[in-house]
Design a protein around this ligand. Sequence first.
Ligand SMILES: [Mg+2]
Length: 236
Amino acid sequence: MENYLLKKTFMKIPLFDIDGTLVKTGSKLHEQSLIYAFKKVYGVNIDIEGLGIQGMLDNQHIIRVLSPRGLNDEEIKSKIKRMADASAEYFKEHKMQTQPEVLPGVKDLLERLKEKKIHLGLLTGNMEQIAWTKLERAGLKEYFTFGGFGNQAYQRVDLVYLAKKHLEKQLGIALSLEDFLIVGDTLKDIQCARDAKIKVITVASGHFDLQSLEQGHPDLNVETLEDRKVFDFILN
Ligand SMILES: [Mg+2]
């Protein structure tokens, strides 16, 4: 394996959020999958309005939805793996019902980063299996080899540490946190980067506009990933 990292270049390893950053889903399949799994695993009926809140981890959603319904943390967590499996099973079974739209500039950016042999990671609130299926449907799966996912932790910042660990394992070398940066579309992505003390690029292609994202003082803030500054920022 080509070990460019040891050449001490200044390039960063980007960790991409999925929804609103790489793709716009336009379907409710993710929500429907959670609703199906809530019923199957916990026997709880949820309507689609009971979900929501951008930038949350799927694990956080599950706790937020179930806690007010009288289930304690221990009870919830004991079945959370089954919840992830059931959601993924539903999502995969119905995946043809969703056709995520790749957001402007994404494909070109990923292609250029790939040419530079930069490892590309994911940092998403989505459960792992749902994340990969979404990317497969969008035609983006092949660009990514590792990540941190919403079923693997309860705090978003922990996904940074997990993603780092996964890549270190793949490459067989130690990396430092500053080697990574986050690319996301919400204030929660910014907060996550601040918590991990790493840099963050925000893109106004999701639920926040440029001005709202600016309030979180990202290191770079762009309208879409078509902006050439993104590539330059990652490379330097
Ligand atoms: Mg997002």
